[in-house]
Design a protein around this ligand. Structure first.
Ligand SMILES: Cc1cc2nc3c(=O)[nH]c(=O)nc-3n(C[C@H](O)[C@H](O)[C@H](O)COP(=O)(O)OP(=O)(O)OC[C@H]3O[C@@H](n4cnc5c(N)ncnc54)[C@H](O)[C@@H]3O)c2cc1C
Length: 416
């Protein structure tokens, strides 16, 4: 029940934005503090996928072997900077533990439950709201150059049918009918019609604007630097622009959440997982349907006047350097699948940090250490996909409503 107590959200990425949106829909008194501008973290330059067909997490049997192979290749999509970092080591051990068949099955079930809530929530937006959020349903083509990988893709499609997910298998001619830019070296593809995507910046800013219209107070350039606590209560949130005295605090600061939890005296097992994107100005002939280059771990997203590819996962701590060799290697792989890329004008090369958890599931809970703290962080590779369900769940928690899904898979305690 809403008694109009004040709720302060830390972080103006997609997660903070969605929480602000659902709380204000429930007439809550919301304050959002963001140390930079809205959507300036990982939510800015990502691939914009808000739905997916394959709910398999990255942690799965066999992935460790692949990772070791990639580590030896300076142009591969994956890299771990070798260093003595106990937090990283602990994280990697937990990641390894999450690669069992049992953990993967668990993650698939949890992800599917989140997906079904997300689908219902996305239907609640009006057509006009979806246009403002730049929300599109165009499906996704998975492209293959390797016949063996295409066969694996077909098996995945077969296994997804039990969940009601269908797709269309195509040879090169079929692929070319959908996208004439595809190179003739491609042997085939699979089209999944149910994929939806957004232009991330428009989506996040759109949610914040809707929250602001319903009364949320948005404070940008406002960094949380400390807290005053008393027992199990956060009494004061200290920021670079003065103190706030909220009744509830929601931590939604993405990969920077561990720094904030440290101020509160507890740890979060989140590693920044750096990724890159390259955005070009689209022209009339550019691809119109999102594409996945499965073997290359690259997503290509048409976003209105832009075309973007995103790729790579580097565990290098908070080192924000752009490794141009890896970006160029990824770009040349894109050029090997799609013709005409070389002629496009560059808009931006970007790097961002996914808030990575060892089992790829987020941390969403009322925290044990403080009665008035909710954690909504660690969304890993699926923060856009799981944004609506997270916002809804936090609003349900705060308003004492029945929860859309069981929160036990998201408890922080699962890692200890
Ligand atoms: C290359 C790439 C492609 C991706 N593609 C997809 C995709 O297609 N679909 C998908 O679902 N996910 C994707 N992701 C993952 C997705 O981007 C993240 O899961 C998501 O953006 C996390 O959102 P967030 O709000 O938790 O974090 P962020 O967007 O990083 O927001 C956290 C905010 O907290 C603020 N903050 C930090 N510290 C403080 C402080 N002390 N005080 C105040 N504010 C603070 C930061 O400035 C930041 O704005 C991708 C990620 C990458 C890198």
């Amino acid at each position: 029940m809403n008694d109009n107590k004040s709720i302060l959200i830390i972080g103006g990425g997609v997660i903070g934005a969605s929480i602000a949106y659902y709380l204000t829909m429930n007439n809550c008194n919301v304050i959002l503090v963001e140390r930079g501008n809205i959507c300036s973290g990982s939510s800015y330059g990502n691939a914009g996928l808000v739905s997916y067909a394959n709910p398999k997490p990255m942690a799965e049997p066999g992935v460790i072997k692949k990772v070791i192979g990639w580590m030896l290749d300076k142009e591969s999509p994956f890299f771990i900077k070798p260093r003595l970092d106990w937090e990283l080591l602990r994280w990697l051990l937990r990641f390894q533990a999450s690669c069992s068949e049992k953990s993967v099955k668990h993650a698939i079930n949890v992800t599917r439950a989140m997906k079904s809530v997300t689908m219902k929530l996305s239907e609640e937006f009006t057509t006009e709201e979806k246009t403002n959020l730049y929300w599109e349903k165009k499906g996704r083509i998975l492209l293959y150059k390797n016949k063996g990988s295409l066969e694996t893709g077909k098996k995945t499609l077969d296994s997804l049918k039990q969940y009601g997910i269908d797709g269309k298998i195509m040879d090169l001619d079929g692929v070319l009918e959908m996208d004439h830019n595809v190179d003739s070296s491609v042997v085939g593809g699979i089209f999944y019609p149910d994929y939806e995507h957004v232009l991330p910046e428009k989506y996040v800013k759109g949610l914040v604007l809707m929250a602001e219209k319903k009364g949320a107070k948005i404070h940008t350039e406002t960094e949380v630097i400390d807290f005053k606590t008393s027992g199990k209560q956060i009494e004061r949130v200290v920021t670079t622009r003065g103190d706030f005295i909220p009744d509830q605090v929601v931590l939604a600061a993405g990969c920077w959440s561990p720094m904030i939890s440290k101020m509160l005296g507890f740890k979060l097992p989140i590693q920044p997982a750096k990724g890159y994107s390259v955005t070009w100005k689209a022209v009339e002939s550019t691809s119109k349907i999102p594409i996945s280059l499965v073997d290359e771990k690259i997503a290509i997203s048409p976003m209105g006047e832009f075309l973007r590819f995103s790729s790579n996962l580097e565990l290098v701590g908070y080192d924000s350097k752009i490794n141009l060799r890896r970006v160029r290697a990824a770009q040349s792989r894109v050029e090997g699948y799609l013709n005409g890329i070389k002629d496009l004008d560059l808009v931006e090369v970007w790097r961002g940090f996914r808030p990575g958890t060892p089992d790829t599931l987020p941390i969403i809970e009322r925290n044990d250490n403080y009665d008035n703290l909710i954690l909504a962080t660690g969304h890993d590779m699926l923060g856009m996909v799981n944004s609506l369900v997270t916002g809804k769940l936090v609003s349900e928690m705060i308003n004492g409503e029945e929860l859309s899904i069981d929160l036990s898979p998201f408890r922080l305690g699962r890692f200890w």
